[in-house]
Design a protein around this ligand. Structure first.
Ligand SMILES: NC(=O)c1ccc[n+]([C@@H]2O[C@H](COP(=O)([O-])OP(=O)(O)OC[C@H]3O[C@@H](n4cnc5c(N)ncnc54)[C@H](OP(=O)(O)O)[C@@H]3O)[C@@H](O)[C@H]2O)c1
Length: 298
């Protein structure tokens, strides 16, 4: 397979590209700041606008779209919200334009989305057919997925991966969460009983690869089948780090580590990976304790 990847320098993209190369596939990766020297064919460009980079997609068998400015760590000012939207929706629109213009277009587009699609939903079990929410992140995900779906008009199979919080030893949300836990200030963000949809990066990448190679289309919840409450997550992370925890972390404190994103995840979402279950995907790290042990080892 010859795969065109956006967000190849990111948490999920780096590992995905490495695995694709190890399995003998060709990787063409778009980056604003290509890193080079690792078997990847780097294309310098910014997908928030059209450009020469769009020609590099011609002749690729699949597109994996993982670009997106981080939602964590900073205040969501009006200007930042525009960047969050443009780096997902505009990039996806320009990818679809490139697909439409290609002489030899790809057969599939696997595009990132997030469980933020569902908005704050309390204890309702959220399978892929659940309705979207109405808050900022939900509307962003709806527009992002609609942009990706535009590729269907060109005969492309489209999968939208609704990632939960990806737990990884290489960074991401867990790296930001670890700092308060080290100080004994970790704990449930918001109410202990709210749900926390998580996935280990083995399975974030595993399901992305499955989506590339399988024949299914549509949205896919990329979360562990063993969804836990915020309280259970805090207890497990405290145990794994050998640190005491607070029962509940006040939101302004959580905001110091996660930015405005803390407010977005605190109401919780009980997301279920119904499609992964139906296609028989075997999770590598279905249990939080195993996932955290791997992420924190060494
Ligand atoms: N990790 C999670 O917990 C999680 C959860 C839910 C959804 N997701 C979504 O899944 C995708 C991949 O996640 P990730 O954690 O691997 O992301 P990441 O590590 O934050 O990397 C995202 C990539 O997007 C590109 N990017 C960042 N800001 C951009 C901007 N303003 N304009 C254009 N491109 C920009 C960067 O590529 P260059 O700098 O090389 O151009 C970067 O490699 C993202 O869209 C993310 O929103 C992730």
């Amino acid at each position: 397979m010859r795969a065109f990847v956006t967000g190849a320098t990111g948490l999920i993209g780096q590992r995905l590209c490495r695995e694709l190369l190890e399995d003998g596939h060709e990787v063409v990766a778009l980056s604003r700041k290509p890193q080079g020297g690792d078997g990847i064919e780097w294309v310098q460009g910014d997908a928030t606008g059209p450009g020469d980079w769009q020609r590099a997609l011609d002749g690729c068998d699949a597109v994996i779209n993982l670009a997106g400015e981080s939602v964590a760590g900073r205040r969501w000012s009006a200007a930042r919200k525009r960047v969050l939207v443009a780096s997902r929706v505009e990039t996806t629109n320009h990818l679809v334009d490139a697909i439409a213009a290609a002489k030899s277009p790809p057969r599939s587009l696997v595009s990132a989305s997030a469980v933020g699609f569902y908005g704050p939903r309390g204890g309702t079990l959220l399978r892929e057919d659940a309705a979207p929410g109405r808050d900022f992140l939900a509307r962003l995900c709806v527009d992002w997925e609609a942009a990706a779906a535009g590729a269907q008009r060109h005969g492309v199979r489209v999968v939208c991966l609704r990632f939960g919080v990806v737990l990884s030893r290489r960074g991401g949300a867990l790296a930001a969460m670890k700092a308060p836990y080290r100080l004994g200030l970790g704990g449930a963000i918001g109410s202990k009983g709210n749900w926390f949809p998580w996935v280990h990066d083995d399975d974030a990448v595993g399901l992305t690869r499955h989506a590339l190679e399988a024949s299914w289309a549509g949205p896919v919840n990329v979360v562990s089948p063993a969804v836990v409450t915020m309280g259970e997550f805090a207890r497990e992370l405290g145990r794994a780090m050998h640190r005491p925890i607070l029962g509940q972390v006040p939101l302004p404190l959580a905001r110091l580590a996660l930015g405005e994103f803390a407010y977005s995840i605190s109401p919780g979402q009980k997301v279920h990976p119904a499609v992964a279950e139906r296609v028989g995907y075997a999770f590598s790290k279905a249990l939080l304790r195993d996932a955290l042990a791997e992420c924190l080892a060494g």
